[in-house]
Design a protein around this ligand. Structure first.
Ligand code: AMP
Ligand code: ZN
Length: 494
């Protein structure tokens, strides 16, 4: 490529310093990223999935910037208690008991459900899905290495003494009195923030998931798994650790404390810690504990394409709270349709203008200075702590600029979509984006056939038949959209 403006350096907001920092990889040319994965005791809600859309956008941006990416997402199938601060029951054990099912079956079922959402949202497969229960021997070794200097034993198991590491809780900006409420929960705990590394199975009980250890039969603590798996798969230190903003308060400070203890240094494990803010829903229906909750499948059942939700996430900055509403999702869906239509039009233009009328492959097109400017703007946006909201505007301006060479536009838009992950190059956009709501009783073929008959009736000026066909379609839940600018002649109501 000629005349390409210099790339913008990548700046990311590091929760450790609460500042934007230029990304400096540990290993030149590489980016190693660890994302805290789901606890597979139930279906993920769309808020959980915001965390993975964010991690995926980060990964795609790193690839766009030329780094060789190694991404790890873990699957928590043991150890996560109902309260992050070390109290309550194991979420997996609790659900298995409620459903009277094996914990392993629960884990398998909900891991697969999570992977289905990952696919629906076009989240790229990471290099590794690390399953916590596969790493228990390594977790025991890790705990053995730090037990003498940093831990103490109680009836409940092995506890980490947070006063043995420097600046415990710095990530959370915690004050000593924070977490004071947590001290009474476990008898004998030395400090409020101390946490279990190993949880002993109480005498006389058996758990479905338990292993032998020097501290008795039991299960690892939740924080231990991420320290062990990130080091095993990405080395120490690695580049970026991600998670939802709630993890900035307890889970990640505890991981950092373990990492400092294990490495006998001040190193926190990852150089950059990044946290996405929450998706919120006023009525609180998203929560897994209150009946029907907002899952990707619910959006699909109501006739929304899942990538409309991905676009909704990209419209906001990952560090801002995002409020979910069906109106907002509907608006994002319309925007997604417009983007698809714009790409399709540019592709049609490109073929019309091809010298021999045939399709042109991406590589045959040299991007000239004008289109380079759009790519440079896009680069500047995503390099500014993943500002996808402004990056989207640049893509739209590129696609709507009629003065540019459509072949160059298509090639540049393709590069941009590699980062945004909206699958704008699927081909027949309408067919793919048309999602059938669960409640629908009429098939697409029946709708198309009725609309063809209606067109014929209108051509023959038989308005009575035309109106009757329209009424029948409306009764079947079809909204007839004559002359829709996006070319969507009809829509099924959910
Ligand atoms: P969990 O399965 O509870 O461990 O959560 C999986 C991920 O989703 C974690 O990174 C959480 O921080 C994140 N998370 C939980 N609730 C939300 C929410 N409402 N919005 C965004 N991220 C969330
Ligand atoms: Zn984690």
């Amino acid at each position: 490529m000629t005349d390409a403006p210099a790339p913008t350096p990548l700046k990311l907001f590091n929760s450790l310093t609460r500042q934007l920092e230029e990304f400096q990889p540990v290993h030149p040319g590489e980016a190693r990223v660890y994302s805290c994965g789901p606890t597979v005791y139930n279906y993920p809600h769309i808020g959980n999935m915001r965390a993975y859309v964010f991690a995926d956008t980060l990964g795609r941006t790193l690839s766009f910037k030329g780094y060789q990416l190694t991404h790890v997402i873990n699957i928590t199938d043991v150890g996560h208690l109902t309260d992050d601060a070390d109290a309550g029951e194991d979420k997996m054990e609790k659900m298995a008991a409620e459903k009277a099912q094996s914990i392993w079956d629960i884990a398998r079922h909900y891991t697969e459900a999570y992977w289905a959402d990952v696919k629906a949202l076009n989240i790229r497969q990471p290099a590794h899905w690390s399953i916590a229960t596969d790493y228990v021997p390594q977790m025991i070794e890790f705990a053995k290495a730090i037990a003498d200097k940093h831990c103490y034993e109680l009836d409940g198991g092995l506890y980490f003494d947070t006063s043995t590491v420097a600046h415990y809780g710095a990530l959370a900006r915690a004050k000593t009195e924070d977490g004071e409420g947590r001290i009474g929960e476990v008898e004998g705990k030395r400090h409020a923030a101390d946490f279990a590394i190993w949880r002993k199975t109480p005498a006389g009980e058996t758990r479905q998931m338990e292993w032998d250890s020097p501290w008795g039969r039991g299960a690892p603590g939740w924080h231990l798994e991420c320290s062990v798996m990130s080091e095993a798969l990405l080395g120490f230190p690695f580049d970026i650790h991600t998670g939802g903003i709630d993890h900035r308060e307890i889970h990640h400070p505890n991981e950092i404390a373990q990492n400092q203890a294990h490495s006998c240094s001040d190193a926190s494990g990852a150089r950059v810690w990044m946290h996405n803010n929450f998706l919120i829903e006023r009525s609180g229906k998203m929560s897994k504990s209150s009946g029907e909750f907002l899952r990707v499948q619910l959006l699909i059942d109501k006739g929304y394409h899942p990538l409309a939700y991905r676009l909704m996430c990209l419209q906001a900055h990952y560090r801002s709270e995002l409020e979910f509403s069906w109106e907002g999702l509907g608006a994002a869906f319309t925007r997604l349709k417009r983007l698809n239509l714009a790409v399709k039009n540019a592709q049609i233009q490109m073929h019309v203008q091809a010298p021999n009328g045939g399709p042109i492959s991406d590589e045959q097109v040299v991007i000239g200075p004008e289109v380079q400017q759009f790519l440079a703007r896009f680069d500047a946006s995503v390099s500014n702590d993943l500002n996808t909201a402004t990056a989207l505007v640049t893509l739209e301006e590129l696609l709507s600029n009629k003065k540019l060479d459509p072949r160059q536009v298509v090639r540049a838009a393709h590069k941009m979509d590699e980062v945004l992950g909206l699958e704008l190059f699927w081909g027949s956009a309408q067919r793919v984006l048309r999602i059938r709501p669960k409640s629908a009783t009429i098939t697409e073929a029946e709708i198309e056939a009725a609309l063809t008959r209606r067109k014929e009736a209108r051509a023959a000026k038989d308005f009575a038949t035309s109106d009757q066909l329209r009424d029948e379609l409306i009764a079947a839940g079809v909204e007839v959209m004559d002359g829709d600018p996006l070319g969507w002649d009809w829509r099924l109501e959910a």
